[in-house]
Design a protein around this ligand. Structure first.
Ligand code: CTP
Length: 224
């Protein structure tokens, strides 16, 4: 770990990957997040000297060098518990996870069988918004959110920045070749009175650039 890096001496909590919401012992609701962006940010933050805690949904990725602690979870509720177990000490929280918006209202202990009487109807309930909950705390860490947008990236990103009361938002262009699950990405990084475009690049390079941005804005806020 670098002692004189951009994030030296800071505690950073990052959530990453998808969450899986179990329906029964064999089925779940999930999404296409690979966790690559979050893991790349964890690696870049560790290389910048931060003490990194990585809360990971179900992903097939090795823990990057420089990550001090990894907590593996499956569901949104578990991810929220894991984040909240470490957030008090955090200086910076970076929410990269693709948290499932809904879970089933009641998990079936038994595998749901096909019945001649008809198809099952799943009742869904909304999951907590981990990012918004962290942003609503007082005191709170410097809070960075992500947004996956297909259209009007800047406009929707600005709305999300304000609505969730974030310090910074990294808006993802999602299409067939970048964003969720891909190796490359491009980001529009926004904060209340500014922003910067990080052009399309492999996720490790982009993560390094984003970490530099976060470090600069964090220091600016501390000295404001
Ligand atoms: N997030 C979260 N908990 C949730 C949902 C989202 O922490 N239950 C976080 C994600 O980690 C991400 C940001 O919120 O940092 C994404 O916000 P969201 O409103 O879910 O944005 P989109 O997925 O882009 O959805 P939409 O555009 O439909 O609002």
């Amino acid at each position: 770990m670098s002692r004189d890096g951009l994030l030296a001496g800071l505690k950073v909590v990052i959530d990453a990957g998808p969450t899986c919401e179990d329906i029964d012992p064999v089925r779940f609701l999930g999404n296409r997040s690979s966790g690559k962006m979050g893991f790349a940010i964890a690696a870049a933050a560790g290389a910048a000297g931060a003490e990194v805690t990585l809360v990971a949904g179900p992903v097939a990725l090795a823990t990057p060098a420089g990550v001090a602690r990894r907590i593996d979870v499956r569901s949104a509720l578990q991810m929220r518990d894991a984040v909240f177990s470490v957030i008090d000490a955090a200086d910076i929280f970076i929410a990269t996870a693709a948290v499932a918006d809904w879970r089933v209202a009641s998990y079936s202990e038994r595998k749901i069988k096909k019945e001649p009487s008809g198809t099952p109807i799943l009742e869904l309930v909304e999951n907590p918004d981990i990012l918004a909950e962290v942003a609503a705390r007082s005191p709170r860490p410097f809070v960075v959110g992500f947004a996956a947008e297909t259209d009007h990236v800047l406009e929707n990103g600005r709305k999300k920045l304000a609505r969730k009361k974030l310090d910074m938002l990294a808006a993802n262009h999602v299409d067939a070749t970048s964003g969720i699950g891909a190796d490359d990405n491009a980001l529009e990084v926004l904060w209340a009175d500014g922003g910067v475009s990080l052009p399309r690049a492999p996720k490790p390079d982009l993560a390094k650039a984003l970490v530099a941005c976060i470090a600069a804005r964090y220091r600016a806020r501390m000295h404001a």
